[in-house]
Design a protein around this ligand. Structure first.
Ligand SMILES: NC(=O)c1ccc[n+]([C@@H]2O[C@H](COP(=O)([O-])OP(=O)(O)OC[C@H]3O[C@@H](n4cnc5c(N)ncnc54)[C@H](O)[C@@H]3O)[C@@H](O)[C@H]2O)c1
Length: 339
C-alpha cells in the first residue's frame, strides 16, 4: 500500500517506518522536524519526506495514498500543558482537518495514534474500549475529541480506526526519555539510581514501540469491516504493571542500581489497568515484548550508543527540547519554525 506517515521523525515513527517498508508498503513521511536531529547513534535513512506542519496540509498533499497513519502530535501531557491552545490547534483541529483532507483526496484508511491516557484515573478496574473516557489533561482531551470528530467522517469510502496505545517503551534511534521505562533505565544508567517520583502505585500499561508498529501494520491490511470506525487498546495483559513493579524490573536489569521511591504525590494522576482483548480477538494482534526484555534492550543500546546527561535531560525530553527551540528563537510562540 502507499502509506503516508505523519510524525515519522518522532520516537514511534522512526521505528515504524522501516517496519512498514519491510512489509512491502511504500512509505512517505510528513513531519515538521521538531526532533529530527535528536538521534542517538546511527539512524536508518528516513523515507521520502514532506517537511510540513500538519496545520498546513491540504487534500492536494494526500492524493494517491491508500492510507494515512497519523502520529504527529504534541505527544504527552506535560507538552500539552505547555500551551493548551497550541495543543488544541495541532492535536485536535489540525488532526480533524487532516482526516477531512484525506477523505476528500480519496484516502480509504486513516489510522490514528490515540492513547490509553483517555481513561484517566480509572483505578483498579480493567477498562476496555467501551469504558467511559475520562481525559484529565489537554493532551488526553485532544485525543478524545479527534476520535469523536473523525469517527463522524466514516462512510463507505473512508475507514478511520483509533489505536489507543499504552505507554510506549523500547529503543528508538530517536529516543524519548520522558516515558516511564525509558526514563527509569536512562536515569539508572547515568546515576545508578532507579528513581520513582511518586509512591509507585499508579497502574501504567506498557507496550513496545515495535509492537505499536506491528499493530498499525495489522490495521493497514485488516478487512475493512474489522477496523471501520473502531477503537482498539494496543498493549498486552502481561505488561499491565504498577510503576513500582516497572521500577523493580529496572533494578533487576541495570547492574548495581538501587531503587528510590520518593513517595511524593507527583503531578500525574493517571492510573489505569487496561483490557487488551479486543485487538487480539478481532484483529489477531498480540504484543510480543515484555517489560524486562525492553529494559534490557534499552540498557544495552544506551550503553553502546553512549547516552549522555545532555541527551537524556534535554535532547530526548520533548518538553525541554521544544522549550529550548522556542527560547533560542528557532520556533515562534505558535511552535512554527522562524525560518
Ligand atoms: N510514545 C508513547 O508512549 C505514546 C503512547 C500513546 C500514544 N502516543 C501517540 O503516538 C504519536 C507518536 O508519539 P511519539 O512518542 O512518537 O511522539 P514524538 O513526540 O516522538 O513524535 C511526534 C512527531 O510529530 C511531529 N509533529 C508534532 N507537531 C507537528 C506538527 N504541527 N506538524 C508536523 N509534525 C509535527 C514531531 O516533529 C515529531 O516528529 C503521538 O500522537 C502520541 O500522542 C504515543
Amino acid at each position: 500500500m502507499r502509506v503516508l506517515v505523519t510524525g515519522h521523525q518522532g520516537y514511534l515513527g522512526t521505528v515504524m517506518a522501516p517496519i512498514l517498508r519491510q512489509r512491502g508498503h511504500e512509505v512517505t513521511g510528513l513531519d515538521t522536524g521538531y526532533f529530527a536531529e535528536c538521534v542517538l547513534g546511527e539512524v536508518a535513512p528516513d523515507p521520502p519526506t514532506l517537511r510540513r506542519d500538519i496545520r498546513d496540509v491540504t487534500s492536494a498533499d494526500l492524493v494517491g495514498y491508500d492510507a494515512v497513519i497519523h502520529l504527529a502530535a504534541l505527544s504527552n501531557d506535560p507538552l500539552g500543558a505547555l500551551a493548551p491552545r497550541i495543543t488544541h490547534a495541532i492535536n485536535h483541529a489540525a488532526s480533524v482537518r487532516l482526516a477531512e483532507a484525506a477523505k476528500a483526496a480519496g484516502v480509504r484508511r486513516f489510522l490514528y495514534a490515540s492513547t490509553c491516557s483517555v481513561y484517566g484515573a480509572a483505578g483498579e478496574e480493567f477498562v476496555d474500549e467501551d469504558a467511559p473516557v475520562r481525559p484529565l489533561t489537554p493532551y488526553a482531551e485532544s485525543k478524545v475529541r479527534v476520535e469523536d470528530d473523525v469517527a463522524a467522517l466514516a462512510d463507505s469510502g473512508f475507514s478511520p480506526v483509533f489505536l489507543r496505545n499504552a505507554t510506549a517503551f523500547g529503543f528508538s534511534p530517536r529516543p524519548r526519555a520522558d516515558i516511564v521505562l525509558n526514563n527509569l533505565v536512562g536515569y539508572a544508567v547515568l546515576t545508578g539510581v532507579v528513581r520513582v517520583a511518586s509512591d509507585g502505585t499508579p497502574w501504567r500499561p506498557l507496550v513496545h514501540a515495535a509492537d505499536i508498529a506491528d499493530a498499525f501494520a495489522t490495521c493497514l491490511t485488516a478487512p475493512t469491516a474489522a477496523i471501520h470506525a473502531r477503537a482498539f487498546n494496543i498493549g498486552a495483559a502481561f505488561n499491565n504493571a504498577s510503576v513500582a513493579e516497572i521500577a523493580q524490573t529496572v533494578v533487576d536489569v541495570v547492574p548495581a542500581s538501587r531503587l528510590v521511591i520518593t513517595g511524593e504525590s507527583g503531578p500525574d494522576p493517571r492510573s489505569y489497568r487496561v483490557d487488551f482483548t479486543r485487538a487480539g480477538t478481532e484483529l489477531g494482534f498480540h504484543a510480543r515484548w515484555g517489560v524486562r526484555d525492553g529494559a534490557a534492550e534499552l540498557y544495552r543500546e544506551y550503553g553502546v550508543r553512549l547516552l549522555s546527561p545532555v541527551d537524556f535531560f534535554e535532547r530526548f525530553t520533548r518538553l525541554t527540547w521544544l522549550q529550548r527551540l522556542r527560547d533560542s528563537g528557532g520556533l515562534d510562540g505558535e511552535l512554527r519554525w522562524v525560518s
